[in-house]
Write a protein that binds this ligand. Structure first.
Ligand code: SF4
Length: 275
């Protein structure tokens, strides 16, 4: 059986989505930064993890899903198409979106992508799991507390170090370590989050997800697995490839205008559909 090495150094969401091809390839050694080893080793099809600089298994077929200056140092049989120009044109001129991340990963890997779950599935329950944080401020929805108050059942918030101000008011704690992050998803009915790695992690665990899209859109690449997307059709969208520190037009209407009842009803519908 062919041994594969899949390279994707970071970050959380990109590595989660690589599960669509590791599951299809099988017998995969995943080359990534050590802080993502706990995630990568759980992906379906992965038999082991490697850190940059580690020797590669002899005779392995190497697939570079990162394609940056660092990964170019590793001889590879195939590299993902980055489509940087198309992604920039999308933001600058509102050109059609680039191909979804999973589509580009699958093309480089020469396999048909698998649908989630890509990780051992989480136990379903009745909790609404919220991931209110995001690396970029414009990706953060401002109404999380009202949604938590309206949910007819338990609510759990999850976030990473540095997101205490967002997670704390929702009664959650910021988890250090992937094990504890995974534990926060156990017993979820629905995962609701912005366009972030934790949204994609929820889907990879086989949970229903509701994604709130603001400065990016659901067609811009990461949201490729059939969850529910909520977004407002504004001419300024998308205004950034990854979000930004402030809204360029000043009103942050893309997320501020997404009302609590719309999000609540979508979460309830996702729960009913999964029951
Ligand atoms: S309202 Fe428009 S310009 Fe402002 S953050 Fe949202 S998408 Fe960007």
């Amino acid at each position: 059986m062919t041994v594969h090495v899949v390279i994707r150094y970071s970050s959380l969401g990109d590595i989660v989505l690589a599960g669509a091809v590791t599951a299809a390839l099988g017998n995969v050694w995943f080359l990534t930064l050590p802080r993502y080893h706990d995630l990568a080793r759980r992906l379906d099809g992965v038999v082991g993890v490697l850190a940059p600089g580690d020797p590669l298994p002899a005779g392995a077929r190497v697939i570079d899903l990162h394609h940056n200056l660092r990964s170019l140092r590793v001889p590879a049989h195939a590299r993902v198409e980055r489509q940087d120009l198309r992604r920039r044109a999308r933001v600058w001129w509102k050109a059609p979106p680039a191909d979804p991340v999973v589509t580009r990963y699958a093309r480089a890997s020469a396999v048909a992508p698998r649908p989630p779950p890509w990780l051992p599935p989480a136990r379903h329950g009745d909790a609404l799991v919220l991931a209110p944080g995001a690396a970029h401020a414009t990706k953060r929805w401002p109404h999380w507390q009202a949604l938590a108050a309206a949910w007819p059942g338990p609510v759990r918030a999850v976030g990473g170090p540095g997101e205490e101000a967002l997670v704390g008011p929702l009664g959650g704690t910021c988890e250090a370590g992937f094990e504890r992050t995974l534990a926060a998803f156990e017993g979820a009915a629905v995962v609701c989050a912005g366009d972030t790695g934790l949204l994609h992690l929820g889907a990879a665990l086989g949970l229903p997800v509701v994604g709130l899209f603001g400065p990016t859109t659901s067609t811009d690449g990461f949201f490729s697995y059939g969850g529910r997307a909520l977004e407002i059709d504004l001419a300024c969208r998308p205004c950034a490839r990854f979000g930004g520190a402030t809204c360029p037009v000043g009103d942050h209407l893309c997320l501020r205008g997404l009302d609590v009842d719309t999000v609540l009803q979508s979460c309830l519908a996702a729960r009913r559909a999964a029951a």
